[in-house]
Design a protein around this ligand. Structure first.
Ligand code: NAI
Length: 324
């Protein structure tokens, strides 16, 4: 049997954390032969609820679950952790501006970055789910100077999976027959879901759907899907968000089999996106690492949207510059 790997979930008593913990314990994230220790981090008012989550995890008798730690102390929650899923965040309150939201979340992600820096495994892989995810990841990264900056990422896999679902439904195909999907930029309404490189059953997607559907229906539907789920369900996406986070970490750890997936990662100048923001790119994962797909041709339509979402990220960065 392999040695257990440690997985931290913050906000583990919340709805995404609840949807995520059981699947990770069942082996969906790190493999069906990989024992895990779950380190569940919450804030004091949620500790009773968190104990309930731990009781249910016990009651599942998962063969791969080696231990459960519950805590409201980040130095315990991140101790020696190999994978940190930063889900817990402060939601936008009534009348709160995006800038205030950024600052409030900075108060969470700054100290958590520092706790990761001081206590986590030196190879810890970090995924920020809590919104505004890209900028929260930037704040955590800036507060963890001893860790590899490349290991701070944010989640756009849910957007990627949503885009696959929309295109599969439109073309009457299955999501597994679609290759080359890309989400560029920020996990926000400025994100750019790009099908210019996509194939469906080996045929160019752009030739299977008309341009009006792509621009006027597909792009806004993917961008606004979170709001549509809230309207329909009366609560924000939870199981799908948890599933996407598991996909992100699974592929990063075990590889994406040569397929492109979208991950928000530190910009390195690829496609003209300068360093200093966590920007979603198409990547291929292998060897427990990711590489941005290079050499794609960017048309004017794409460039305009890639720049708009980059500008939004730089504004967010400006709003939290004292935390970086
Ligand atoms: P929720 O409100 O059900 O749960 C959040 C949990 O985080 C709560 O239990 C709360 O006590 C905890 N928490 C707050 N501050 C904390 C801290 N400093 N340390 C540890 N735990 C803390 O929210 P839900 O639905 O689970 O969503 C969580 C976040 O994920 C939200 O910010 C949401 O906007 C974001 N999200 C991101 C998506 C993405 O694609 N990137 C998709 C869907 C949601």
């Amino acid at each position: 049997m392999k040695e257990p790997l440690r997985v931290t979930i913050t906000g583990a008593a919340g709805q995404i954390g609840y949807a995520m913990a059981f699947r990770i314990a069942a082996g969906d994230m790190l493999g069906k032969d990989q024992p895990v220790i779950l380190q569940l981090l919450e804030i004091p008012p949620a500790m009773d609820a968190l104990e309930g989550v731990a009781m249910e995890l016990d009651d599942c008798a998962f063969p791969l679950l080696a231990d459960i730690v519950t805590t409201d102390d980040p130095s315990v929650g991140f101790k020696d952790t190999d994978f940190a899923l930063l889900v817990g965040a402060k939601p936008r309150g009534p009348g709160m501006e995006r800038k205030d939201l950024l600052k409030e979340n900075g108060k969470i992600f700054g100290p958590q970055g520092k706790a990761l820096n001081d206590h986590a495994s030196r190879d810890v892989k970090v995924l920020v789910v809590g919104n505004p995810a890209n900028t929260n990841a930037l704040i955590a990264q800036a507060n963890a100077p001893d860790l590899n900056p490349r290991n701070f990422t944010a989640m756009t896999r849910l957007d990627h999976n949503r885009a696959l679902g929309q295109l599969a439904n439109k073309t009457g195909s299955h999501n597994s027959h679609i290759k080359g999907m890309i989400i560029w930029g920020n996990h926000s309404a400025t994100q750019y879901p790009d099908i210019s490189q996509c194939t469906v059953d080996g045929k160019a997607a752009a030739e299977l759907v008309d341009d009006d559907w792509y621009k006027d229906s597909f792009i806004p539907t993917v961008q606004q899907r979170g709001a549509a789920i809230i309207k329909a369900r009366g609560a924000s996406s939870a199981a799908s968000a948890a599933s996407a986070a598991i996909d992100h970490m699974h592929d990063w750890h075990l590889g994406s089999n040569g397929e492109w997936v979208s991950m928000a990662v530190p910009a390195d100048g690829s496609y003209g996106i300068k360093e200093g923001v966590i920007y979603s790119f198409p990547v291929i994962c292998k060897g427990a690492d990711y590489e941005i797909v290079q050499g794609l041709e960017i048309n004017d339509f794409s460039r305009e949207r890639m720049t708009a979402t980059d500008e939004e990220l730089r504004e967010e960065r400006e709003g939290v510059k004292e935390l970086l």
